[in-house]
Design a protein around this ligand. Structure first.
Ligand code: PEP
Ligand code: MN
Length: 348
């Protein structure tokens, strides 16, 4: 259920409405907009009785049910796009945000070289896995804490914010010490204990779509994080499993506009895992811009042939630089296409 308060509702009126709703057995979550306070109501209770009672409660302008099973993340709950602040950047705002770096943090030399290269080419954030979810237990599992320290060094040298994966609820505090944004990998999209603990981690979360997950399941997982206290969630399409073998995964490019209809959360695309082939990354990146993604997460390595993971889909620093140049006119159009929305929202 969603309750819109009148524009000039008083603090007492808002608090009273929250109290009433709690009496019906619900949890509340209020959002202060520019004009009015909107109160999200979730849980199990007597909806009809609650709605009736709210009609007669001072300060309430309207109250209605949210039909989607995901509540807080739905467009029904919040019509305007959410912009999420990460290390001074806004994801979901007026900038098309590029997060680039190696699949795995491998060594100081590798991460520093990559960080400097991607920063020079115009990336906004540095990615790199310190905890790696690998299909085989015999493959490189990540440098863990050592890797996180190297990411911090790279941030100090370049100013780039850090996005890195957290695989277990046990590691949330450790990763949150070093990361500006906590990545939940495709394999963990439905690790509900992890999602719950990310609700209290104090950092934005980037949630990747599971290998065989529907868009609805992705949104339900985002709802877990928000319902547990963290509304700073960014979604990432990274390709799904289909019968097609020409690419590592099948890039569900339609997921971006579908998500833009269903949720106010920012949506980015990972063309590296979506294709598995570096030659396809620039084309899919252009497609991401064209369909209205808010940014890209992609893999770059100074020497992909020596990469310990995902070398085949990693761009060299030179190829990344070329791609960033070739994306510029597309990003210009992207900015122009968003201008009316920005003007309507009162953004200069
Ligand atoms: C990654 O970003 O390196 C990664 C493991 O991605 P995914 O979880 O999408 O497979
Ligand atoms: Mn990878």
């Amino acid at each position: 259920m969603i309750i819109s308060m009148r524009p000039h509702a008083t603090k007492q009126e808002i608090e009273h409405v929250c109290e009433r709703v709690r009496e019906f057995g619900y949890k509340v979550h209020s959002i202060e907009g520019e004009e009015r306070v909107v109160i999200g109501v979730v849980g199990v209770g007597d909806v009809t009785a609650c709605l009736e009672s709210l009609e007669a409660t001072p300060g309430v302008e309207s109250a209605m049910r949210i039909s989607a099973p995901y509540k807080f993340v739905s467009r029904e709950f919040k019509k305007e796009d959410s912009a999420i602040r990460v290390n001074g950047l806004e994801i979901g705002g007026d900038e098309f945000v590029v997060m680039a770096g190696p699949c795995s943090v491998e060594s100081e030399r590798q991460i520093m070289q990559t960080a400097e290269g991607v920063a020079r080419a115009g990336a906004h954030m540095l990615r790199g896995g310190a905890f790696k979810p690998r299909t085989s237990p015999y493959d490189f599992q990540g440098l863990e804490r050592e890797g996180l320290k190297l990411l911090r060094k790279a941030k100090e040298a370049t100013g780039l914010g850090i996005i890195t994966e957290v695989m277990s609820d046990r590691d949330v505090d450790l990763v949150a010490e070093y990361a500006d944004c906590m990545q939940v990998g495709a394999r963990n999209m439905q690790n509900f204990s992890l999602l719950k603990s990310l609700g209290g981690c104090g950092r934005p979360v980037l949630l990747k779509r599971g290998l065989s997950s529907t868009i609805k399941e992705l949104l339900m997982s985002a709802e877990y994080v928000v319902a547990h206290g963290n509304s700073n969630v960014i979604l990432c399409e990274r390709g799904i499993r289909t019968f097609e073998t020409a690419t590592r995964n099948t890039c569900d490019i339609a997921a971006v506009p579908v998500l833009n209809e269903l949720t106010h959360l920012p949506v980015i695309l990972d063309p590296s895992h979506a294709t598995g082939k570096r030659s396809l990354v620039p084309a899919i990146s252009r497609a991401a811009v064209a369909v209205g993604a808010n940014g890209l997460l992609l893999e770059v390595h100074p020497c992909p042939e020596k990469a310990v993971s995902d070398g085949a889909q990693s761009l060299t620093l030179e190829a990344f630089d070329d791609m960033m140049r070739s994306l510029k006119p597309y990003i210009e159009l992207w900015k122009q296409s968003r201008a009316p929305a920005a003007a309507a929202a009162g953004v200069a």
